[in-house]
Design a protein around this ligand. Structure first.
Ligand SMILES: [Zn+2]
Length: 74
């Protein structure tokens, strides 16, 4: 009887792990670099980068703090 409970417990753990891993790999919204995320353009050098990595100042996007400083908004 104990062995049956043990096997059932192991199966349950395996099932939980598999469904958990499937959820991680599967259809969750993952902001992979480039794909699906908004691309913005640096107002100074024109390079394209994901919005999440850009620096926003008064509606303008910059790729780095240096370009933000060199390109004061009018
Ligand atoms: Zn730039």
């Amino acid at each position: 009887m104990k062995i049956i409970l043990l096997v059932l417990g192991l199966l349950l753990v395996c099932w939980i792990l598999r469904s958990y891993r499937g959820r991680l790999r599967g259809d969750g919204p993952r902001p992979a670099s480039g794909a699906g995320e908004d691309m913005v353009r640096c107002a100074h050098c024109g390079v394209h980068l994901p919005r999440g990595e850009s620096i926003v100042t008064q509606g303008s996007f910059y790729c780095s703090p240096e370009h933000q400083r060199e390109h004061p908004p009018r």
